[in-house]
Write a protein that binds this ligand. Structure first.
Ligand code: HEC
Ligand code: HEC
Length: 336
C-alpha cells in the first residue's frame, strides 16, 4: 500500500509539527483539527514531478482517451464546477445519465478509497475505470496508446518520463493520478479564520461552525480540513443503490452506505449527494433535519436534529465559507 506509506509519513510530519509548535491555547482551540496539511501525500512509487503532473493534466483534458474522441475526464470533472458537473447523473458515451453523480476530484490525494462505494484502492486503479467503461469514455487502451504515439509531442513526454517504456497504459494512469493529486482546493475564508484571522468569516459562519462541530453533529462524519472521515454511512436516503454493501455483503451498516464526501468548494458543486438528489445546500440541510428513513442500516451517528431558522442560515453560511477565493484552473495546451 504505497499510499498508506505516504500517509504515514504525513502523519509523522504532523506529529513532529505538533510537538514543536502547538501551544496550549492551540490545543484547546476547536479550529486546530481543521488546519490544512502543509504537503500533499504522494506515494513512493509515483513521486511528484512538475513534468509528470503536466503530462497528467494534458491527458485528463484530452478526449483522445475516449473511444469516439469526444469525452475527457474533464467532461465529467469540470474545473468550473468544482471538478464535477452540475447534473445529477453525468452523461457518458452511451448518452444516458449515469446512476451516480460524478464526485469531485478536489483533494483526492487524501482520499484512501475512491468511488462512492470505495471500490478503487488508489487513483491509478480508479482512472482505469472511466477510460474503458462503455457508459463513460468507452476507450480501448491499444487504440489510445497508438493515438498518443502518433503525436510526437506526447511521444517525447512519455519517452522522457518513462525511459525505455514510452507510451504505456501504466504510464498513462500514473501521469493522470499524479496530476489529480495536485488538484487541491485553494485557501478559503475558513482557512484564514482557522489560522487566526478572526474577521475572515462572518459571525454567522462562526456560529455555523459551532453548530457543525456541536449540536448538529455534522463533524462526527465530516472531520478534518477536507471534512470527511472517508468512511461509509447510510444516512437513510430513499435509494435502491446498495452502495458499500456490494463489497461488504455481511455488514448491516454497509447497505445503502456511501463514502462521506469532502465539503470544500461546495458553492460550485451542486447538486449534492451520491445521486445528485439535493439541488442545493438548503435541500440537504432540510434532509438532515428530517433525519432520514429509519432502517437497520442507518448510521447511529445520524441524530435527530431541530434547527431554528437562524441556525439553519448560520450552518449554511459556514458551509459557504469553505469555498476557496481562487478557483480558476488554467487549461493545458494539448499536442496537435
Ligand atoms: C461520463 C462521466 C465521467 C467521466 C468521463 C469520468 N468520470 Fe470520474 N466519475 C464519474 C462518476 C459518475 C463517478 C462516481 C462513480 C461511482 O462512485 O460509482 C466518478 C468517480 C471518479 C473519482 C472518484 C472520486 C472519489 O472521491 O471517490 C475520480 C478520482 C475520478 N472519477 C476521476 C476520473 C478520471 C481520472 C477520469 C478520466 C480518465 C474520469 N474520472 C472520467 C463520472 C465520470
Ligand atoms: C453519519 C455520517 C454523516 C453525518 C452525521 C453528516 N453527514 Fe453529510 N454526508 C455524509 C454522507 C455519507 C454523504 C453522502 C450521502 C449520499 O448521497 O448517500 C453526505 C453528504 C453531505 C453533503 C453533500 C456533499 C456532496 O459533495 O455531495 C453535504 C453538504 C453534507 N453532507 C453536509 C452535512 C451537514 C451540514 C451535516 C450536519 C447537519 C452532515 N452532513 C452530517 C455523512 C454524514
Amino acid at each position: 500500500m504505497p499510499f498508506l506509506r505516504g500517509m504515514m509519513m504525513l502523519a509523522a510530519g504532523a506529529l513532529l509539527c505538533a510537538g514543536h509548535l502547538a501551544t496550549a491555547s492551540e490545543r484547546d482551540d476547536p479550529r486546530t483539527p481543521y488546519r490544512r496539511p502543509t504537503s500533499i501525500p504522494f506515494p513512493e512509487n509515483a513521486p511528484y514531478s512538475p513534468q509528470m503532473a503536466t503530462l497528467g493534466k494534458m491527458l485528463f483534458f484530452d478526449p483522445r482517451l475516449s473511444g469516439k474522441q469526444n469525452l475527457s475526464c474533464a467532461s465529467c470533472h469540470n474545473p468550473s464546477f468544482g471538478f464535477e458537473v452540475p447534473v445529477p447523473g453525468a452523461i457518458g458515451a452511451t448518452n444516458t445519465p449515469l446512476g451516480r453523480k460524478a464526485p469531485t476530484v478536489l483533494n483526492a490525494a487524501w482520499i484512501p478509497t475512491l468511488f462512492w462505494d470505495g471500490r478503487a484502492p488508489d487513483l491509478e486503479t480508479q482512472a482505469m475505470g472511466p477510460i474503458t467503461a462503455d457508459a463513460e469514455m468507452d476507450g480501448k487502451f491499444p487504440e489510445i496508446i497508438a493515438r498518443l504515439k502518433a503525436r510526437p509531442e506526447y511521444e517525447a513526454w512519455f519517452a522522457r518520463l518513462f525511459p525505455g517504456k514510452g507510451v504505456t497504459q501504466e504510464g498513462i494512469l500514473t501521469a493522470i493520478a499524479t496530476y489529480e493529486r495536485t488538484v487541491v482546493s485553494g485557501w478559503a475564508p475558513f482557512d484564514r479564520w482557522v489560522e487566526g484571522d478572526e474577521t475572515a468569516i462572518a459571525p454567522a459562519a462562526q456560529r455555523g461552525f459551532a453548530l457543525f462541530t456541536g449540536k448538529a453533529g455534522c463533524a462526527s462524519c465530516h472531520t478534518g480540513w477536507n471534512f470527511t472521515d472517508n468512511r461509509f454511512h447510510d444516512l437513510g436516503l430513499p435509494t435502491r443503490d446498495l452502495g458499500r454493501a456490494a463489497f461488504e455483503p455481511d455488514s448491516v451498516l454497509a447497505r445503502h452506505a456511501f463514502k462521506t464526501p469532502g465539503l470544500r468548494n461546495l458553492t460550485y458543486r451542486a447538486p449534492f449527494g451520491h445521486a445528485g438528489q439535493f439541488a442545493d445546500l438548503e435541500a440537504i440541510v432540510a434532509f438532515y433535519e428530517s433525519g432520514g428513513i429509519a432502517r437497520p442500516s442507518k448510521s447511529p451517528l445520524m441524530k435527530p436534529l431541530q434547527l431554528a431558522p437562524e441556525e439553519r442560515a448560520d450552518l449554511i453560511a459556514f458551509l459557504r465559507a469553505l469555498t476557496a477565493e481562487q478557483t480558476r484552473t488554467a487549461l493545458p495546451n494539448l499536442p496537435n
